[in-house]
Design a binder for this molecule. Structure first.
Ligand code: GAL
Length: 368
């Protein structure tokens, strides 16, 4: 009889451990995604860095309830070798208990992206930062660095990029497209000129490293009316003053960049807060544009709302040709920690892209 008393709890414990350790072998977009401890992955608005044979997923650590959209903890990191099974690596950048710090607990710290700088051998994390208690008015870019991929990352600074700098105009830019701050041609130009002295607003963002090692920061600017694509300094921790404006006046958010066969692709969203809208994609032969708008890459039911999600990253799968994964967040603003992840394969039709919903899939969809 004595033994039976322990049997049930032991059985329950074993089944919990067993569940936590069940190996995943496919993606189930929108489902709870357990980490190595059986806890739903907590890395929202994230990005993934492939480093020495391992993928590292960095994202916003949310807490339960709507306050969870503020940064109460920091940036969470997970690692994986197969993209299905993720190990909790803990908090890589912590918010500060000091309320006067730029990254004070309770600030808004969104869409962290980490890149590796081969020259300095540092890991560099960029993110969208809003100062404590100031809503979304600061619109700053923040940067932190670490010698170790999983962190701890050390916060360096936050600011509005490219003060006093006019955009870079590639040779073919029509005269009429150039900003005239004496007489701004439209609303977005007006915001651009207003912010010229102090630097441009920087909200939803990504960072992209090109084959030549140059890194670019792409961010929603001008009250979210326009996307800026700006080159970073050689150490990746600052802006060098060279940038272009993309799809001026059309409110693109949630940018994600990738490159295939020498063509640059960008997927983004419209601007409707946490509510989903239609995705949009662009392509360009040069990173400096011109960037061509192509409309919505998503097909089928719910494609007008990106299947309930919003882009955050496009991940090239290591060792596979033409294998790119579209990664989106399905936000749950009233209970931020419950936000889900939509991972879907990108299909190429020539140089065009398409995204289709699928309930469950694995990396075999990509050819070798
Ligand atoms: C979204 C944006 C998110 C977050 C949210 C706040 O449009 O992509 O990162 O800023 O708005 O409402």
């Amino acid at each position: 009889m004595k033994y039976y008393r322990f049997l049930l709890p032991a059985f329950l414990l074993l089944s919990i451990i067993g569940r936590a350790q069940t190996k995943l072998s496919s993606f189930s977009p929108g489902a709870i995604w357990p980490d190595d401890k059986g806890v739903h992955i907590n890395a929202h608005g994230g990005g993934i860095l492939y480093n020495n044979g391992v993928y590292y997923w960095f994202g916003e650590h949310k807490i339960a309830g709507d306050a969870g959209n503020r940064a109460m903890v920091g940036v969470h990191c997970y690692s994986s070798k197969d993209l299905y099974n993720w190990k909790d690596e803990g908090i890589s950048l912590s918010v500060s208990p000091d309320t006067t710090n730029d990254i004070a607990k309770g600030c808004i710290l969104e869409r962290p992206k980490v890149v590796y700088n081969k020259k300095t051998k540092k890991y560099v994390m960029w993110f969208h930062l809003e100062l404590l208690g100031k809503g979304y008015s600061a619109a700053r870019a923040g940067v932190a660095i670490s010698d170790k991929v999983t962190g701890p990352y050390k916060f360096i600074k936050s600011y509005r990029p490219n003060p006093g700098q006019m955009p870079f105009y590639p040779a073919l830019t029509p005269e009429a497209d150039k900003v005239n701050c004496v007489n701004p041609a439209n609303k977005s130009d007006g915001f651009f000129c207003r912010d010229l002295p102090g630097g441009q607003m920087a909200r939803d963002m990504t960072v992209f490293v090109d084959d030549d090692g140059k890194a670019y920061h792409v961010f929603s600017s001008e009250e979210n009316f326009t996307l800026d694509l700006a080159e970073l300094t050689p150490d990746y921790t600052g802006h060098n003053g060279k940038f272009i404006r993309i799809y001026i006046g059309h409110q693109t958010e949630a940018p994600a960049l990738f490159k295939r066969n020498g063509i640059y692709y960008m997927i983004g969203s419209g601007c409707t807060g946490w509510a989903p809208n239609a995705a949009r994609w662009f392509s360009a032969k040069s990173i400096w544009g011109p960037w061509t708008y192509h409309g919505n890459p998503c097909q089928g039911p719910d494609s007008q709302i990106t299947y309930g999600g919003q882009s955050t990253h496009v991940l090239p799968v290591a060792g596979k040709k033409d294998a790119f994964i579209f990664i989106a967040d399905k936000w749950t603003p009233k209970d931020a920690i419950d936000g889900r992840y939509l991972w879907l394969p990108i299909n190429f039709k020539g140089n065009d892209i398409e995204i289709n919903w699928t309930d469950n899939w694995n990396l075999d969809v990509f050819k070798k």
